[in-house]
Write a protein of this length. Structure first.
Length: 363
């Protein structure tokens, strides 16, 4: 009988407990972490550590240590004072879990951190997991595990560039006609591209040629002399790709590989991310993206050798179908300068069969 009474009392105690309101508790956890993010802009180390207990476990770089709030605040305050934050943006929605009894919680977050520390550009891609415990009715961080993407990882930078410039899909096409000037005079150029192919047509007073590169076939056609070459060399293919300005600005991964973030540098008077790609000949190609907004400022391409490069500048941007495109390209090779002024740019209006055509589109 005594056992039965104890059991009934236990049931009454359990039934009297309020059920855990998961949604409410998750919002409370989220609000605590939000204090940390707000503290970056407020430059307030006290606010930064407000969600933490008096001490917590810090896990990073294969090491576990115990951090004290009193000891951590001065160094963090110094860091916040010297740091200007341009961007704190989630790269993944937070994952919040609450224990069944509502006493423990976990928060997983991922952020881009971009700004300038002591006037020098910094860019971090970080993720972390904080474990929180209910202490005196309030969620407090008792441990945090931190990870950071490798410095050379260019994937997030390239994704941000796509957010800024725009995204093409696998079935997209770009048609770009330009009036051009250079050391030999004026000429016209038409470039048509899709995911796997590029067709370049160029006409001067002396010649009219079509050059096509693609995964299934490549060829060149000298219209004036009616000569076709069905086996152009790799240099010719890379020459065509080098003129697919709009396509490689939007989908560089279709023509180049193994992107690596090399360093921050200056390009056209702007701070820029320098991304290194390799072409099909394993030669280095550099892309320069603006630090401020990830717009592609230009590229450096090898010509006949790895050492000889041209500098390609992208200017005069406009928007077509939610895609940012440039109206002008300036090519610099030593003292030689070419300028391409685009008079007609079309997105998703060209048929893929037109890229294979040997018909003259420039009249």
């Amino acid at each position: 009988m005594k056992t039965v009474c104890i059991f009934l009392c236990a049931l009454m105690f359990i039934s009297c407990q309020k059920p855990i309101e998961l949604k409410v508790e998750k919002e409370k956890v989220k609000a605590q972490i939000q204090l940390v993010q707000e503290a970056h802009y407020n430059k307030n180390a006290d606010q930064f550590y407000a969600p933490n207990g008096d001490s917590w476990y810090d896990i990073r770089g294969g090491q576990v240590s115990i951090k004290s709030k009193v000891d951590a605040i001065p160094g963090t305050q110094s860091y916040l004072n010297d740091m200007v934050f341009d961007e704190l943006k989630e790269t993944h929605p937070p994952v919040i879990e609450i224990s069944d009894d509502g006493t423990m919680a976990s928060y997983i977050g991922a952020l881009i951190v971009k700004g300038k520390y002591n006037s020098k550009p910094v860019f971090w891609v970080v993720s972390w997991q904080s474990v929180l415990k209910k202490i005196d009715g309030e969620w407090k961080i008792i441990s945090t595990a931190n990870t950071e993407a490798p410095k050379e990882d260019a994937s997030v930078i390239l994704d941000k560039a796509k957010e800024t410039i725009g995204k093409l899909n696998q079935k997209s096409t770009i048609y770009a006609m330009a009036n051009c000037t250079g050391p030999i005079g004026s000429f016209k150029t038409l470039v048509v591209s899709d995911t796997e192919n590029g067709r370049m047509e160029q006409r001067t007073n002396a010649k009219h040629i079509i050059l096509k590169q693609g995964k299934s076939n490549s060829w060149t056609f000298d219209i004036l002399n009616q000569k076709i070459n069905n086996t152009p060399n790799e240099l010719t293919k890379q020459f065509i790709i080098g003129h697919e300005f709009h396509w490689i600005s939007l989908r560089p991964e279709d023509r180049f590989n193994t992107p690596v973030f090399k360093e921050f540098t200056e390009f056209k008077g702007e701070t820029a991310f320098k991304i290194e790609f390799k072409d099909a000949m394993k030669r280095t190609v550099h892309f320069y993206y603006a630090f401020d907004d990830y717009t592609l400022l230009g590229i450096e391409n090898p010509t006949d050798t790895e050492e000889n490069k041209v500098r390609v500048l992208f200017e005069d941007w406009k928007t077509i179908k939610n895609i940012k495109v440039f109206n002008k390209v300036v090519i610099e090779e030593g003292d030689k300068i070419w300028q391409y002024d685009f008079t007609d740019i079309k997105i998703n209006t060209t048929l893929s069969k037109d890229i294979e055509s040997k018909e003259m589109f420039i009249k």
